[in-house]
Structures are given as C-alpha cells and as structure tokens.
Ligand binder design. Structure first.
Ligand SMILES: O=c1nc[nH]c2c1ncn2[C@H]1C[C@H](O)[C@@H](COP(=O)(O)OP(=O)(O)OP(=O)(O)O)O1
Ligand SMILES: [Mg+2]
Length: 197
C-alpha cells in the first residue's frame, strides 16, 4: 500500500511529496518515470480532477495512485484562477506567464487576499470504489514584487503575514508545516491509519 505512483508531472509537487512521504517509509514513484501520460483535467472542481488523475495513473500502472489537484483562489477575482490555475495564462503551462497575468489582473486592487487549496485522492486501484480523500488550505496575500527562489508556481508572489515572507522565501520544512499540501497529506495519512490501510 505504501508503494504508490504519484499521479503528477509537476516537479515541484513531486519534490514536496517525496519529502513528506519518504520519512514515513513510502516509496513514491512519479508517473513520468513509469511512462504515464498526463491525464485530462476536464472538471470544474479540484476533487473531481484529482480523482480523474489518480484513476488514470492507477489504470496505467496497476499501482495504488496518489493525485493532487491544487491551485490558488483569489478573493478579489471571485475565486479565480482556482481550478484553472495551471493554465491561467493559456497553453503551454507557464509559471512566469501565470504570475504575470495574476499581477496584471490585480492591478489597482487593494484586496490582496488569496488561498492555496489542494485536493488529494488516493486510489488503491483504478476502479477503487472507496477513494481516500483529503484537502488543505493555506491563506495569504498576493504581492506584486516576486521574492525568493524556493517552492514553485505562485510561491514568489504568495505572502505569508505570519512569516513576513513569501512562500518562496521560507524553508521547505516550514512550507510542509503550513502549506495546503502539507496539511492535506497529514490528514490523508491519518485517515489511512484510522482505516488500518
Ligand atoms: O504549493 C504551491 N505553490 C505554488 N503554486 C502552487 C502550489 N500548489 C499548486 N500551485 C499552483 C501551480 C499550478 O499553477 C496549479 C496546480 O495545477 P495542477 O493541475 O494541480 O498541477 P499541474 O498541472 O502543475 O501538475 P499535475 O496536474 O500533473 O499534478 O496551482
Ligand atoms: Mg494539472
């Protein structure tokens, strides 16, 4: 059960999941290493897309699969880019383009509140009737000037008032402790333990 395929092609996520799960004795294999293609993400909710990604990787590999669908939800933009965060600035996916578009859309906007959200789904096999589900939220504010070179995605623009830093400036340990993904993975592991899996 603890040898799983990670249903993600995002190198930043892969690093974070390795850090979070390897200390627990999990063997986490990124789907790219097993030749799994990128799944479609056709749905309007994070949870549905995470389930689709997990089933896709489990079907292709025959292994249990863990997927993460995540994004940034900005209050002044009515929750956008949300589920479309990875492709906010169009195809091909580009962190730089997405960040530029985010800052442009918030020009002159005093309300800077935003949160990261991650939905995780673990399936034991492709048609698992009881996927395990967990999620997590990390609140912050969008800043125009990028700061720091850690993390990935929107992190250089995601300000954490409690740290006086962006997510790209805090340590990986601190990011694991406070991030949407860190919270979600701890909740998922707790559920697995409760279920005796
Ligand atoms: O901790 C984070 N720090 C910064 N940015 C983040 C974070 N977590 C999610 N994000 C952003 C990146 C991407 O723009 C979108 C996820 O999109 P999402 O479709 O879930 O991932 P993806 O396409 O990059 O890889 P994959 O689907 O193969 O897992 O939200
Ligand atoms: Mg994606």
């Amino acid at each position: 059960m603890h040898k799983i395929v990670l249903a993600s092609n995002n190198a930043g996520k892969v690093k974070e999941f390795n850090r979070l799960l390897e200390p627990l004795g999990w063997i986490v294999i990124p789907q790219g290493e097993l030749g799994v293609s990128e799944a479609e993400e056709p749905h309007g909710t994070f949870i549905e897309n995470a389930l689709a990604k997990a089933r896709h990787a489990a079907l292709a590999t025959g292994l249990p699969a863990l997927a993460d669908d995540s994004g940034i939800c900005v209050h002044a933009l009515g929750g956008k880019p949300g589920v479309l965060s990875a492709r906010f600035a169009g195809e091909p996916k580009s962190d730089a383009g997405n960040n530029q578009k985010l800052i442009a859309e918030l020009a002159g906007q005093p309300d800077r509140r935003a949160y990261y959200y991650a939905a995780l789904v673990l399936v034991r096999h492709a048609d698992d009737p009881q996927p395990l589900i967990a999620d997590g939220i990390c609140a912050g504010e969008i800043v125009d000037e990028p700061r720091g070179d850690g993390g990935f995605g929107y992190d250089p623009h995601f300000w954490l008032p409690a740290f006086g830093k962006t997510v790209a400036e805090i340590s990986t340990e601190d990011k694991s402790a406070i991030s949407h993904r860190g919270k979600a993975i701890r909740a998922l592991v707790a559920k697995l333990q409760e279920a005796g899996l």
